[in-house]
Unconditional design. Structure first.
Length: 367
């Protein structure tokens, strides 16, 4: 990671002593086929706001859902004009975790979809949450914990955070379970989060070393099939419990990740650069305007005119030339770039140029 000279010096000190890659638990490298969360979404109403709700003239859908809620509660509001400022229409999202049982609680996120200025202090009215198949799997309700604050006066307003979104911890109750019979599985596929042939082969070897040969088979760079019945475990759950705690050393792909907005550069340990010389110098362009007003003599016929006066200059910064040797490691790259005394944004341009020259042997990701 290249951000500051002090950080670079720390990386150089660490790079002097190469450390072997630490083994990682299998559960942190793969996903078990079929064992996943399901997205839920619902449309609801937050009430009890302190005048920070939707303006019903700009958000007519809020009035419609509020009328539906009141009618379900036995209140007839047909033909009535409802203009409160303490309600807000929201979208409610949640994730139904695998093996969630009816009656268990899950967290929900509440986000305003109208022109409400804050959800602080509001309460979400009972909202059904649907999955992609259209069925209701949970029902959400509770007090919203907003993540921001707003202070407003007659001539000024300041907002910190995002007060139009919040969460309700354990705010939804699971009403329907996802049909999935783990006990009936004869085989399970392990899907690698970062597909790689070397890592998949190491996973196959680790599983076969744990349970015996023929249990695991690598299908491709992202999939390893495991015969659950051949593991000798009492149940598939017992087999998966042993599988997920196996230690495997993953193969890390050489990668450079650049965030142009913040000037952040992250480089993996396996990044290598061929022998290359880098020179960097900046240009400073400056234009100054100093117009001059010319006036006629007193009581003379004439008019005041403005004469433009401009001064333009270009200054070239002091550039340097740094050489990175053949097969340079991460610490060598850090040292070479910081020897130029450039900023992180300039380093991004330099890395792009090195990649264009064919000297950067790594995947280059720009965010």
């Amino acid at each position: 990671m290249i951000l500051r000279p002090a950080l670079a010096a720390l990386l150089l000190a660490a790079g002097a002593l190469p450390a072997p890659a630490a083994p990682i638990r299998l559960k942190d490298l793969v996903e078990f086929d079929g064992v996943r969360a399901n997205a839920l979404v619902g449309y609801g109403l937050v009430v009890g706001l302190n005048g920070t709700g939707d303006g019903l003239r700009n958000s007519p859908f809020t009035e419609e859902i509020m009328a539906d809620v009141l009618e379900r509660l036995g209140v007839n509001v047909a033909g009535e004009a409802i203009r409160p400022r303490n309600v807000a229409a929201v979208l409610v999202t949640a994730e139904l975790p695998p093996f969630a049982r009816a009656g268990s609680s899950i967290d929900v996120t509440v986000s305003a979809i109208g022109d409400a200025s804050s959800l602080l202090g509001g309460t979400l009215v009972m909202t059904p949450l649907n999955a992609a198949d259209g069925n209701i799997y949970a029902v959400a309700q509770g007090g919203v914990i907003a993540g921001g604050a707003t202070a407003e006066g007659e001539a000024a307003r300041v907002t910190q955070g995002v007060p139009t979104a919040g969460t309700i911890p354990a705010g939804a109750t699971v009403e329907r379970e996802v049909a999935f019979e783990l006990a009936s599985l004869d085989s399970v596929r392990l899907a690698l989060r970062e597909p790689d042939f070397t890592t998949a082969a190491r996973i196959e070897a680790a599983v076969n070393a744990e349970f015996g040969g023929g249990v695991a088979l690598m299908l491709d760079a992202g999939t390893v099939a495991v015969a659950v019945g051949a593991t000798g475990a009492p149940s598939p759950a017992h087999a998966l419990a042993r599988l997920e705690n196996l230690l495997v050393e993953p193969e890390i792909r050489a990668r450079v990740v650049v965030d142009q907005r913040s000037g952040t550069i992250v480089m993996g340990e396996e990044v290598r650069i061929s022998r290359v010389a880098v020179s960097q110098g900046g240009l400073t362009l400056r234009v100054e305007e100093a117009p001059l007003a010319v006036q006629p003599n007193p009581f003379a016929a004439g008019e005041t005119i403005v004469v433009p006066r401009s001064e333009a200059s270009i200054a070239e910064g002091q550039g340097g030339l740094a050489e990175v040797a053949e097969g340079a490691t991460l610490s060598d790259v850090v040292a070479g770039l910081n020897a130029l005394g450039v900023s992180p944004m300039d380093m991004i341009d330099i890395l792009k140029s090195i990649r264009a020259a064919g000297a950067l042997h790594a995947e280059f990701v720009v965010q």
